[in-house]
Design a protein around this ligand. Structure first.
Ligand SMILES: NC(=O)c1ccc[n+]([C@@H]2O[C@H](COP(=O)([O-])OP(=O)(O)OC[C@H]3O[C@@H](n4cnc5c(N)ncnc54)[C@H](OP(=O)(O)O)[C@@H]3O)[C@@H](O)[C@H]2O)c1
Length: 338
């Protein structure tokens, strides 16, 4: 099968940072599906895993997490899917990735592709959607059905991949959503996704919130830079508020006052935790992707794809990584077709 892989960890401008290779097609066993991959999306985690370091892989390492495709064959323990089913999933960071014509993935973390989306649109969703959903509804424990009613929520990096679906899920839960964006294109995108207000993360947040009549926040999702907004959020969050984090801090975080004094809940989300540690409830990821597919097909949520490169090959994946590394993409970038 065709695949895009690395053996060395090089800057993305190096043509050998990602290469076209031929690899054996794997066979499914147990709970695994063998998926014929039709489209993949690129996330910051792809670029973080690929980031330059001296390590050398003995065998080509295939990256890629988000994918949409068609089930080709199933392991003997599979119950939720059959060959021919269209699926979408974010995969497992500990296994060979989706940048290949065929991939093995555990059925428990796979959802049925939304019928109303094509493969490229579907591939844009899983990783960011699992992240935003688990953060809001599992880690922070808000109810999807009205848990945000009467509450304010700040979404830092509203136009990013995670922010684009977090805004929509938060609106669905009833929050008043204030998103941050720093450019006209990203401001417009956040508003189109339903944000009630958009402020810029290039200026102090407090005065902008005050100008909107928001004195304190009930909750905040920091989807960009944990250290940079830490002390400001500590001041802005209301007593008994909640903060959600998804980005590794560069330094040490002081979790005492004002967070302790106000009894603010600090919630980490790592969307690969369930598959990586094979938690007993890992099937919740497949279930949430099925629920999201229903919400998409009902027109309650919209897709977040903004751009598609084609075909899936090393040149286009290098270009996709390069754009992601710029930190200025809007919504999701997908690479589709072979
Ligand atoms: N823990 C997990 O499970 C998990 C899951 C997914 C992602 N992540 C991490 O979360 C981060 C965001 O992921 P993503 O996919 O949403 O990224 P993304 O799509 O690359 O985000 C791009 C957006 O970030 C905004 N941005 C850039 N620098 C910013 C800053 N300093 N402050 C606020 N906003 C900024 C930009 O908005 P403007 O152009 O308007 O400035 C841009 O639209 C990444 O570090 C990623 O690795 C973690």
């Amino acid at each position: 099968m065709k695949a895009v892989a690395l053996t060395r960890y090089l800057p993305i401008d190096d043509p050998q940072s990602l290469s076209d290779v031929e690899l054996p097609t794997p066979s499914p066993a147990g709970h695994d599906l063998l998926v014929r991959v039709q489209a993949v999306s690129v996330n910051p985690v792809d670029t973080k895993v690929r980031s330059p370091k001296p390590q050398i892989e003995a065998q080509p390492k295939v990256l890629g997490y988000d994918a949409a495709g068609v089930v080709e064959a199933v392991g003997e323990a599979v119950t939720r899917f059959k060959p021919g089913d269209a699926v979408y999933y974010a995969g497992d960071i500990t296994r060979p990735g989706s940048n290949a014509q065929f991939q093995l993935v555990d059925e428990r973390i796979v959802g049925h592709k939304p019928a109303s989306l094509d493969f490229a649109q579907a591939a844009a969703l899983p990783l960011t959607t699992i992240t935003a959903w688990e953060l809001l509804f599992d880690r922070m424990s808000y109810a999807l059905d009205g848990g945000g009613a009467g509450k304010s929520l700040l979404v830092i990096a509203g136009a990013g991949g995670v922010g684009s679906i977090a805004i929509q899920l938060a609106k669905l839960a009833g929050f008043t959503v204030i998103a941050t964006a720093s450019r006209q294109d990203t401001i417009d995108w956040c508003k189109a996704l339903g944000a009630d207000h958009v402020i810029t993360h290039r200026e102090p947040l407090g005065p902008q919130l005050k100008a909107l009549g928001v004195d304190t926040l009930d909750a905040a999702l920091n989807l960009a830079d944990t250290d940079r907004y830490w002390s400001e959020l500590g001041e802005l969050l209301a007593p008994l508020g909640h903060v959600g984090l998804i980005v590794e801090p560069r330094g040490e975080l002081r979790i005492g006052d004002p967070y302790k004094a106000k009894s603010i809940g600090i919630h980490w989300e790592m969307m690969f935790a369930r598959p990586r540690f094979r938690t007993a409830d890992m099937g919740e990821q497949g279930a949430l992707l099925d629920r999201v597919a229903d919400l998409i097909d009902a027109g309650v949520l919209r897709g977040t794809l903004t751009e598609t490169l084609s075909p899936i090959n090393a040149a286009n994946l290098r270009e996709a990584h390069r754009r992601l590394e710029s930190g200025t993409t809007i919504g999701k970038l997908v690479v589709a077709g072979w």
